[in-house]
Design a protein around this ligand. Structure first.
Ligand code: NAD
Length: 361
């Protein structure tokens, strides 16, 4: 099985990246991680406090589009494994400003691929067998590249055609295709995972679940798009981290694996479930229920109706299984936010307040 030694993680100060770094440093006592992150509004050093094995973690602030910097990091740290999370990740932001999505998600991924290809293949002159055994470029992507499902459609499989609908998912689809092409054209050792919606600790409060928890506690409206019947498939973020670790260890180069927790939920049900947990763990002072704060707001343009993922390949071929159900994971998440309100305060500045005001009025 594959063992990473010197890993470059991109976007490791973001939500999933920081959870992955935390998970892997704890699970693998020998791996060294260089964490490259531009610290955009979504990347926070607060997400990396109190890491286990912190002496094996080295943070670098920088841009994945900066070829000179990437070249230098790969050589300086003799990187054998790249795990690529860095991206612009928020669909609503991609509607208002798609340019940054193309730059980071497409050009950034291309820059990383080119730099690693140059280093591993032209300079270190590793042949295909050596590359497959000793090097890995793992690309993190989303189920949104597959488009939207009708109510009766089977969940997305790896063989589904790509039908991205937002600038975000289109830019991610572009990056997936580049990664795929590097395998087929150059024999470059890639693996890709396409994952469903994540939730859990360190989730930036512009996304549905943390936004609802924090707004509820502040007595603010709980915005639900459209009729709230849109369906998302949810995975607890640590389960995503364990899936990536498993694919690194045992995945076949050139393959893609869907990652999901078989947890299809309507948005409104998710919001109501959070309200019920809050009613129990941190009841409103006035004796009313949090559910009263729910407000329906104008739907986002091109809003995909339903995503659902079939993670059967990953389960069958690599023996991966999620540890959390939605019920256990959402409870842990609400608990975490209640215990970490200071974190939430630290990561949301005034820029965030302006953005939320613009979005949800
Ligand atoms: P996030 O927005 O929380 O984190 C992205 C990180 O990338 C941030 O720390 C940001 O500072 C960094 N970044 C952005 N542009 C950069 C650049 N040019 N150079 C270096 N760093 C840069 O996003 P996330 O939710 O943690 O998503 C991580 C990855 O997982 C993304 O590739 C996303 O497409 C994918 N994904 C997310 C979900 C989800 O539910 N959140 C689901 C499936 C896949």
């Amino acid at each position: 099985s594959y063992q990473a030694q010197n890993m470059l993680v991109t976007g490791g100060a973001g939500f999933i990246g920081s959870n992955f770094v935390r998970y892997l440093l704890g699970a693998d006592a020998s791996v060294r991680i260089v964490n490259l992150d531009l610290l955009t509004y979504a990347g926070k050093l607060e997400n990396l406090e109190d890491l286990p094995g912190a002496d094996r973690h080295h943070f670098v602030k920088g841009d994945i589009c900066d070829r000179e910097l990437i070249d230098k990091l790969l050589r300086e740290h003799r990187i054998d494994t790249v795990v690529h999370f860095a991206a612009e990740s928020h669909v609503d932001r991609s509607i208002h400003g798609p340019g940054e999505f193309v730059r980071t998600n497409v050009v950034g991924t291309f820059t990383l691929l080119e730099s690693a290809r140059q280093y591993w293949m032209a300079e270190q002159k590793l042949d295909k067998a050596a590359l497959a055994a000793q090097r890995r470029f793992h690309h993190i992507s989303t189920d949104e590249v597959y488009g939207s499902l009708g109510p009766q459609d089977p969940p997305f499989r790896e063989t589904n055609p790509y039908e991205p609908n937002s600038p975000y998912s289109a830019s991610k689809a572009g990056s997936d295709h580049l990664v795929r092409a590097y395998f087929h054209t150059y024999g470059f050792p890639v693996t890709t995972t396409n994952c469903s919606n994540n939730y859990g600790p360190y989730h930036f409060p512009e996304k549905l679940i943390p936004l609802i928890i924090l707004n509820a506690l502040q007595g603010k409206p709980l915005p639900v798009y459209g009729d709230g019947q849109n369906v998302r498939d949810w995975l607890f973020v640590t389960d995503h981290a364990s899936a990536i670790a498993r694919v690194l260890q045992a995945g076949k180069t050139g393959e893609t694996y869907n990652v999901g927790g078989w947890n299809e939920k309507k948005n409104l049900d998710v919001v109501e479930q959070i309200c019920a947990i809050l009613d129990e763990l941190s009841p409103r002072k006035d004796g009313k229920r949090y559910g009263e704060q729910i407000r329906f707001v104008t739907d986002r343009p091109g809003h995909d109706r339903r995503y659902a993922i079939d993670a059967g390949k990953l389960e069958r071929e690599l023996g991966w299984k999620p540890a959390e159900t939605f019920e256990t994971g959402i409870r842990k998440t609400v608990r975490w936010y209640l215990d970490n309100l200071i974190w939430a305060e630290k990561v949301t500045g005034s820029a965030y307040g302006d953005w939320i005001a613009k979005q949800y009025g």
